[in-house]
Design a protein around this ligand. Structure first.
Ligand SMILES: C[S@@+](CC[C@H](N)C(=O)[O-])C[C@H]1O[C@@H](n2cnc3c(N)ncnc32)[C@H](O)[C@@H]1O
Length: 272
């Protein structure tokens, strides 16, 4: 979808499966995702999508397809944990402008399940990540909660909010704005289960061009957009340059040279 208004965000009311009956720990965790109004059941709900409290984590499950599959956020084990452990100079960190002694603050306007914002926080960028879909924001908040509880230090550089970034981005006066809108459904490559479910939850790229326009109208020093390798840039001004990775491309819209002001801007606002 091109242009148009950014859809208003509203909280989510749906079913939850709590086979553990661990109400106390579940309610304590719910402080981290107050925008989810979950009606908990000890039997598996019949809904197409529902949340499950495993006793330790919040995950999304579905009655469509493989009923055993879950989507959640885990920074402590699996592929994302390995990515964080590697702490390598990825195309993403180069696109953001990380250099020796310079870790720009980043406003991640499309936080999703937190893969990119955790990598950026892990290399030392101060990151403010906003996600507008309440279920996705809930899964992310729960993953961050578990990482924080486990003592992961990079979480101290990361703040995640359930919010529409179009409204937040206008107030930025430095740093880098990062956009990773949903890739088009008709893309040839098979999307991950998480991406298939995010699409099924009506989580679209609606308003991506509006988000780019808002980012470019802010006072951020650089805007970076992740795109499929062969997709055209988002509608709007042409990017000045690009950084290509194996399967994706980062379109760069530099506004001015990154400086120490870009390092400290969000860090002071968010974490001091
Ligand atoms: C492709 S996913 C991002 C994946 C993310 N980079 C990661 O590493 O997990 C795109 C996400 O952006 C969110 N989104 C799109 N427009 C947004 C907006 N204006 N404000 C906040 N979130 C938005 C969508 O809800 C979706 O979850």
């Amino acid at each position: 979808m091109r242009g148009g208004m950014s859809p208003a965000i509203s909280p989510w009311s749906g079913s939850g499966f709590d086979p553990t009956g661990q109400c106390r720990s579940r309610d304590a965790a719910a402080e981290y995702w107050p925008w989810l109004n979950v009606s908990w059941h000890s039997e598996k709900p019949a809904d197409a999508f529902f949340l499950e409290w495993t006793g330790e984590a919040l995950v999304l499950r579905s009655n469509q397809g493989d009923a055993r599959s879950t989507v959640g956020v885990d920074f402590l084990a699996g592929a994302q944990a390995r990515r964080l452990k590697a702490v390598t100079g990825e195309a993403l960190t180069r696109a953001i402008g990380c250099q020796k002694g310079l870790r720009p603050s980043v406003f991640d306007s499309t936080a999703g399940l937190g893969s990119d914002c955790s990598v950026l926080a892990n290399v030392g960028c101060a990151v403010w990540a906003c996600e507008r879909h309440p279920v996705v924001a809930g899964l992310l908040a729960d993953g961050v909660r578990r990482a924080r509880d486990s003592g992961a230090t990079w979480v101290q550089h990361l703040r995640c909010d359930w919010a529409d970034s179009v409204e937040k981005v206008a107030n930025l006066d430095h740093g880098v704005v990062y956009l990773d809108p949903m890739f088009p459904k008709e893309r040839k490559a098979q999307p991950t289960l998480a991406m298939q479910w995010l699409h099924a939850l009506d989580n679209t790229d609606a308003g991506a061009e509006q988000l780019l326009a808002a980012a470019l109208a802010s006072n951020a020093s650089r805007v970076v957009v992740k795109r499929p390798l062969k997709a055209p840039p988002l509608a709007g001004p042409a990017p000045a340059s690009e950084i290509r990775a194996k399967t994706v491309r980062f379109d760069l819209y530099p506004r001015r040279k990154l400086s120490i002001d870009d390092v400290d801007s969000l860090r002071e606002a968010l974490f001091s």
